[in-house]
Write a protein that binds this ligand. Structure first.
Ligand code: SF4
Length: 326
């Protein structure tokens, strides 16, 4: 098999990429362009440094990953008809994983610098920042997050179903739209009792873009699985989005767009086209904003660094790229 080194990354759109651009164009440049090929030994130093810094993580981000992992374990247990674990067991597993990440960060500096994609490295430890506020916050969040995850309605619906209604979510789930790959992976999706449920776990604060993110995930599900899109159009499948703020223990339902009334005046089902219409404006505007920062949109070649505004804010304190941001 030949291995091709691409000089520029592939262009794609996602809500997290859009947030990054909206927060700080310079940070977006570092994360999506400067880092490219920085994993190669003979890459320019600035690319290798940006790649390494881009791999730094935080305890908050690791908690999010652990919630995803516990969610997958709970789905498996529920589908198998097993008793759900106690919140205390989930908390212990999660704390153990976070402790391993902490130890890897404390002892793995040189291993991380050699292979940044193989070793977990906490930003606070790597950059010599005070880790106490982060550890205190995490200590308070882990228990409530496990309680909140366990208390969601999904395990009851999935109990004893085996593989019935399973919706597979591949890594980097996305679909092509208007010639662009749109990434929109939910954390969990399933069909139960004539309803497609799409779920996003959240351990942080609410933000205005999160309901749109779940609508994009519903769009992904219908775009990826034509049988689900057909059933929705025929009215035999309802669709429902859930934003699960597990740390706060709050569920926010995400209502699918309301289609025009049916010819007989009744309620028309929400279709794939309705979801596309609801999300297309956000995606189209984001793609245009990103393409305006390209010297060559065909090859995804960025404009020079100075075209990407440094937007200093409170977020600079937790930005991975502080050491190279000038
Ligand atoms: S340190 Fe601040 S200005 Fe620089 S990339 Fe990060 S968020 Fe943007």
């Amino acid at each position: 098999m030949t291995f091709e080194i691409r000089p520029y990354p592939e262009f794609g759109w996602s809500m997290s990429r859009q947030r990054k651009l909206d927060q700080c164009p310079r940070g977006y440049y570092y994360a999506y362009y400067l880092h490219w090929n920085g994993w190669l030994d003979d890459a320019p130093t600035e690319a290798r440094v940006a790649y390494r810094l881009g791999k730094l993580t935080s305890l908050d981000a690791l908690l999010g990953q652990e919630v995803d992992e516990r969610g997958r374990e709970l789905e498996a247990a529920a589908r198998a008809g097993e008793a759900m674990p106690a919140p205390h067991d989930l908390e212990q597993r999660t704390r153990a994983a976070l402790r391993r990440a902490w130890a890897a960060s404390q002892n793995g500096r040189s291993a991380f610098e050699q292979r940044p994609n193989r070793v977990v490295m906490l930003r606070s430890l790597y950059l010599g920042q005070d880790p106490q506020p982060e550890t205190d916050r995490l200590n308070e969040k882990v228990g409530p997050s496990m309680h909140g995850l366990l208390a969601t309605s999904h395990w009851r619906r999935l109990h004893g179903r085996g593989d019935e209604g399973r919706v597979e979510i591949p890594a980097f789930a996305g679909f092509m739209w208007d010639g662009v790959k749109v990434f929109a992976a939910p954390d969990l999706a399933y069909v139960a009792d004539g309803t497609l449920h799409v779920i996003d776990w959240k351990t942080g604060r609410e933000d205005d873009t999160q309901p749109v993110q779940v609508l994009l995930q519903l769009w992904w599900a219908l775009e990826t699985y034509p049988e689900l899109a057909r059933a929705a159009a025929e009215g035999s499948l309802d669709i429902r989005g859930h934003l699960e703020y597990v740390t706060a223990g709050v569920t926010q339902p995400v209502e699918p767009p309301t289609p025009p009334a049916a010819p007989d005046g009744g309620v028309a089902p929400t279709t794939l086209d309705d979801l596309r219409d609801a999300c297309a404006g956000t995606v189209r505007a984001g793609i245009a904003q990103m393409r305006a920062l390209l010297a060559d949109p065909e090859r995804n070649v960025p404009l020079p660094k100075d075209a990407f505004e440094r937007r200093e804010s409170g977020l600079c304190a937790t930005c991975n790229f502080g050491p190279i941001c000038a």
